[in-house]
Design a protein around this ligand. Structure first.
Ligand code: MN
Length: 333
């Protein structure tokens, strides 16, 4: 479909952006994106995410009006199909010795979670260094919707930057380092302040799996209260001791809520940790709704959760590629 036709198909909008992709099927969306290379893309914050996030219209959901253009022209050959959009291709390797695809997962994951209101101006996505398990990768201190490959830095597990070059770093990087220390199986960590989970961090109601997409919650989602070990604080995990306490409470689980703060999700890959962050938030909102309906809520059992989680992990790329398409426009700004 020529770009002009696509523009007509979405109601005469002159420019192509995220909204327009909502109106098209994926194949059409790919063609529109590829043909819009070099053209300006207009952001439509008021209508972003209408199709993907079931609770997108909640007043609780912040909308991050991302309009930044990346600092680098991104090209590369490790991506195919939907990933072939030039604005999704990343060849800049900000950390030597690290596959560009892993850097890209951190960038895309950050932008996905911002796009769908799981992250706002705060929160972060990290990955364990693929060849040095005692290091991890995360962005310099920056709103997640603005992260590019050039912003990814390398840290040791104590939170020291390997090559800071004057860049500011996240205060709460100790969340990541201490979890990587405690959990050799964890290859990615996401920290969010997602609005849906906050009620479950401060009330006596346990976050439990409402449906199959959030099946990982069936294994349990403990709540960490910083006041228990550290008294009256600013609520931030700003040193290794606080990170270690959080990691201990996480135990072998995939999710932990932080009282009056947010949550942390972990996984064997960036995609998995991002998936869990997204569905933890959606599940929390749905659970609040189910409780509001009154009566007993019929949650997934641990056995159902384990079975459904295995399926989710097997089909993860399907939704990851869809999400990736949805953030393509933000990468082009
Ligand atoms: Mn935080």
């Amino acid at each position: 479909m020529p770009v002009a036709d696509a523009q007509q198909a979405v109601g005469g909008h002159r420019l192509v952006g995220t909204l327009d992709l909502n109106q098209l099927d994926l194949a059409q969306g790919r063609r529109v994106i590829s043909q819009s290379r070099g053209g300006r893309a207009e952001h439509h914050p008021a209508r972003r995410g209408d199709r993907l996030h079931p609770l997108r219209h909640s007043d609780l959901l912040p909308d991050c009006g991302v309009t930044e253009r990346p600092r680098t022209d991104l090209t590369g050959d490790h991506l195919t199909g939907v990933q072939s959009h030039p604005q999704l291709q990343i060849h800049t390797v900000a950390v030597s010795g690290v596959d560009a695809a892993l850097i890209e997962d951190i960038v895309i994951g950050s932008r996905i979670l911002a796009e769908f209101g799981v992250l706002d101006g705060f929160g972060h996505v990290s990955a364990r260094h693929p060849t040095n398990p005692n290091h991890f990768l995360m962005s310099r201190s920056l709103a997640p919707a603005l992260v590019t490959a050039d912003d990814i830095m390398e840290f040791d597990l104590d939170g020291n930057a390997v090559d800071a070059r004057g860049r500011s770093v996240f205060l709460e990087r100790f969340i990541h380092g201490e979890i990587y220390k405690a959990r050799p199986d964890v290859m990615a960590v996401v920290h969010t302040h997602s609005p849906g989970v906050i009620p479950f961090s401060v009330s006596q109601t346990t976050l439990r799996p409402m449906y199959h997409n959030a099946a990982f919650l069936a294994a349990g989602a403990p709540v960490w209260d910083i006041r228990k070990d550290f008294g009256e604080t600013d609520m931030l995990v700003r040193d290794p001791a606080r990170g270690k306490s959080l990691a201990a409470k996480l135990g072998d689980k995939s999710v932990i809520l932080m009282r009056g703060h947010g949550d942390v999700t972990v996984g064997p890959a960036v995609k998995v940790a991002v998936f869990r962050a997204y569905y933890t938030d959606v599940n929390a909102r749905l659970q609040s709704q189910a409780i509001a309906l009154g009566g007993e809520v019929n949650y997934l059992t641990p056995e159902e959760g384990a079975k459904a989680d295995a399926v989710n992990l097997a089909v993860l790329d399907r939704i990851w590629n869809l999400w990736k398409l949805r953030v393509a426009a933000t990468l082009g700004k």
